[in-house]
Ligand binder design. Sequence first.
Ligand code: BEZ
Length: 344
Amino acid sequence: MKQKNSLKLSILAILSVLTLLLAGCGGGSQQASGGNEASGKEQTYTFKATHVTQETHVWHQTALKFGEELDKLSNGKMKLDVYPASQLGPEKDMVSQLETGAIDFGFLTNAYMSTRQESLNAWFMPFAFKSLKDAVAVRESAPAKDMLKELEAQGLVGLDFGFAGNRHILMKDGHIASPADLKGKKVRIIGSPAIQDFWTAIGAGPTAMPLPEVYTSLQTGVIDGIDIDLDALVTEKYYENAENLTLTNHFTFPTVIVMSQASYNKLSAEDQEIVKTAIKNAVDWGVQEAINRESANLETLKQAGVKVEELTDATSFESMIKQVEETYSQKSPIIKAFLEETKK
Ligand code: BEZ
């Protein structure tokens, strides 16, 4: 009898271990905490989110806020672990892991995603927005929503767009009044088709390069300047190697916030709504924070001795703007509609 009981206990122990292992191998970070609603206990989740920026960056702060909102709206059922600074790999790997559900949420640069989905280049129509506030105003427009919907084709649920500050130009030598000041200059850009095309149309030498290489490249003169947002400029202190900042607002710089379709499909309709509301609340907060940071960052840069000038008249860039707008309007009806939206 004693032997039978210990055999039963051993089988039960093995079955428990197997169940735990299977839950872990389920392709996601959803964790059932001892059963589901049918057995009277609620499903709980520990989601994983990741992005490329440092912890001080507004995208990371927005991701943390999203975690708080998930926790609050789900009454503690949903938790979020956030992995900043590409801790789970570069964006290419992030997307692969999102496809399988190994990562649940990604705050991906629109720049990288525009290399995978044409319509996202819409955000990089040059000089489309005079300020970050103007860019944020079209976040919930119909074409922006269409861009998010198109992400389904990649196994992703497009949730929202967040923003870093608009892009400006920092140069080692002098400020920018017209395209002539950029002719032949090597300028670091983040890789994206529309960004590359604009800089090529200007006659500059656009050089795609990841952020960690930028400081030394400026220092050693491998590049003459950078296309950058103020938040990254303050955080990474690039002004230590180049002191001439021209405020151009030539691009805005969104993050595309996505959920793995595999993870999303495992949620009840009610839990899916919680996710959508939580992200909306977090991004509403994050975009306002990004807008507030624009003036605070500018003040910090002036205090640090950066020489700041503003490009008040972009007329000399008109032919390049037109060239990029025409090319990309023909590539995607969403981009055409988005451009019309920005000109309203
Ligand atoms: C950049 O590569 O320029 C960048 C990426 C993420 C946030 C800010 C800047």
